[in-house]
Design a protein around this ligand. Structure first.
Ligand SMILES: *Cc1c(COP(=O)(O)O)cnc(C)c1O
Length: 465
């Protein structure tokens, strides 16, 4: 029977008795060690069953080494901090907006203890959780009332349910956006139970197009900001005030999805073209929606501002229970909104806004300092500051290329792709831009507190590869 290769595999019990595996029992629970040993042995069995040769792989010491590697890999969290050296401020894959310290701390405190989430501390009676953010959103938007849900996609669904279930919502064909992933206006509309009525063409929609589409089953006119693309050339769209006037005439609701949620005007910083969250309410929209984690620079959330009766209807929807914010996000959003009491201070302190408005000269100065330190790292053959452009990201300001300064790093005998791999898989992970002839690091999105770590990460990557 000794020709049966399965019989030659070491048993789980004998492997667990190996000194190497007994040594790791301080670091890993016995259940995890046993599970890892079983997994290694069954992977060898599968190889044998598939007719593969496992020469050397079944050596007990080799198995033990793989078990330990497997166990240690398990200790590394799947979600890890990343130094974002891409220059893309609202990088969706990297978590969009980084929070202000106050907001992060509020979330932390909310997470680790109890709080008056639904308790009115002055009366001792039950309170409402949305109260924490309502006043802050009203102050920001000028709206009569407000609420918040998990993201702008959820906000769109719950708003449409409140104003147009089984009824028509008129939208310009030029505004039928896809935000990425599965956010497509026609699909979201279908999910909500509202009926999409498209009018106009991709490039031209006139007021008359809306007017002609209005019928007995029309409930609302919806304007959607084309956050992540622009239609240029021979184009025409209907301004919000015109839509509002038309809606008034026919007693319809106007919903304005502004998407990226700009609360302080960024046009003076070379970032034109995003609607202000206060503009929709000022123009007479009944409801305005936007994301909390784009240009507002807060936690992931979908903010809804507008008329009190509509907000009440939205909050009564059973879906509110599914869409409502958790205590950590609510605390972070409240803290973020408070920063906007002084809009000029918000520009300087909300991380996303500070990064977006950092002057080029400051980026150049920081890049020169870090580049000089990198040139002193052995193995780094070049670290020079170059001019480049970066985009805002997160489906905001798609046509704005922000001038920036990058550090182009080259290492001895290592391709830029290998260097990028090494940095991406290191601790902390570093993500930059891979370009011909080097890895480009953009400090716009690197916090000053991370510069030391960034240099250290490159030192490790260069010496390791
Ligand atoms: C980003 C965006 C959304 C989706 O927002 P999430 O918060 O990502 O769900 C919806 N509408 C517009 C116009 C947007 O820009």
């Amino acid at each position: 029977m000794s020709d049966n290769p399965f019989r030659q595999l070491p048993s789980v019990g004998s492997l667990l008795d190996l000194p190497a595996l007994r040594d790791v029992s301080g670091r890993h629970p016995p259940e995890a060690i046993t599970a890892a040993v079983r997994a290694e042995v069954s992977s060898l069995r599968e190889k044998l069953a598939a007719g593969e040769r496992i020469e050397g792989l079944d050596d007990p010491a080799a198995i033990a080494a793989r078990v330990i590697a497997r166990l240690d890999a398990d200790l590394v969290p799947r979600l890890r901090s990343v130094i974002n050296a891409t220059g893309v401020v609202l990088h969706t894959n990297l978590g969009r907006a980084p929070l202000h310290e106050d907001a992060a701390r509020a979330a932390y405190e909310a997470a680790r203890g109890y709080l008056n989430l639904e308790l009115d501390l002055t009366t001792g009676k039950r309170g409402e959780r949305q109260a924490a953010v309502r006043a802050g959103i009203c102050a920001l938007t000028g709206a009569e009332s407000a609420t918040a849900v998990n993201n702008c996609a959820a906000a769109t669904v719950i708003v449409l349910r409140a104003v147009a279930v089984g009824k028509e919502v008129i939208v310009s064909r030029g505004q039928l956006i896809e935000i990425g992933g599965s956010f497509r206006i026609p699909d979201i509309m279908a999910v909500s139970g509202a009926v999409l009525r498209e009018v106009g063409t991709t490039n031209i929609t006139r007021l008359a197009d809306y007017e002609q589409a209005i019928g007995p089953n029309t409930a609302a006119l919806m304007r959607i900001h084309t956050s992540n693309y622009r239609v240029r050339g021979f184009t025409r769209a209907v301004d919000l005030p015109e839509l509002v006037a038309l809606a008034k005439k026919h007693r319809l609701t106007v919903v304005d999805d502004v998407g990226s949620g700009q609360a302080v005007d960024l046009a003076a910083f070379g970032l034109p073209g995003e609607p202000l969250v206060s503009a929709g309410i000022a123009a007479g929209a009944d409801l305005v929606l936007f994301s909390g984690d784009k240009l507002l620079g807060g936690p992931q959330s979908g903010i809804i501002a507008g008329r009190a009766v509509l907000i009440r209807a939205i909050e009564k929807d059973p879906l509110m229970r599914a869409f409502r914010l958790d205590k950590m996000t609510l605390a972070a959003l409240e803290a973020t909104l408070r920063l906007y009491r002084d809009p000029q201070a918000a520009l300087r302190t909300v991380p996303a806004l500070r990064m977006l408005t950092t002057p080029l000269a400051e980026l150049q100065r920081r890049a020169e300092t870090v580049a000089a330190r990198l040139r002193a790292v052995s193995g780094v053959t070049a670290a020079e500051v170059r001019a480049d452009v970066a985009y805002v990201g997160g489906g905001s300001l798609p046509d704005v290329a922000l001038p920036t300064a990058v550090i182009a790093v080259q290492a001895d005998g290592v391709s830029e792709a290998d260097l990028a791999d090494c940095l991406r898989t290191g601790t902390p992970a570093v993500v930059g831009r891979v370009r011909e002839g080097g890895l480009w690091l953009d400090l716009r999105t690197v916090f000053e507190r991370q510069e030391e770590e960034l240099v250290e990460a490159i030192r490790l990557a260069v010496s390791g590869s």
